[in-house]
Design a protein around this ligand. Structure first.
Ligand SMILES: [Zn+2]
Length: 147
């Protein structure tokens, strides 16, 4: 379908259940779902935990759905999130994951699983910025999409 936020045709609908649909746009990286509406409990919960920047970015479409930037976190590949001190200077930030050396593993314990350790960590030195419309390039950078 056409994305109401950026107008590209790279927007996809996923039916999670007959009641709930998720909309994701690869053009601008914005996402929403059937519960992201004024007055919905789910939306209110999101507002409580969202970073200020994400709240500032919220876009309401003609059906009242609230769109906001996606956050991607794939432990063995990397993460992509919207980053900046204000709406005006914000960009996508892409960070690559790197394998943790055997001798360093003990520095990265998995809190919920005592005695186990992470295999990958996010390497902040690889952080690279991408314009909003270059969301797909950010995904390629961390290897989620082919170059
Ligand atoms: Zn879009």
């Amino acid at each position: 379908m056409t994305c109401p936020h950026c107008g590209s045709d790279a927007c996809y609908v996923n039916e999670n259940s007959p009641e709930i649909k998720t909309y994701s746009c690869f053009g601008c990286g914005f996402t929403t779902n059937s519960l992201m509406k004024e007055g919905e409990e789910f939306f209110n919960k999101q507002l409580e935990v969202l970073p200020e920047l994400y709240k500032d970015m919220i876009f309401t479409d003609n059906n009242g759905l609230k769109w906001m930037p996606t956050t991607i976190n794939v432990p063995n590949q990397g993460m992509v999130f919207y980053n900046g001190t204000s709406k005006e200077n914000a960009k996508w930030a892409a960070v690559k994951a790197v394998k943790i050396a055997e001798e360093e593993k003990e520095k990265y314990p998995i809190k919920k699983k005592p005695g186990q350790f992470y295999e990958y960590r996010m390497d902040m030195t690889t952080m690279q910025g991408f314009e909003m419309k270059d969301f797909m390039e950010a995904l390629s950078y961390i290897g989620i999409l082919p170059e």
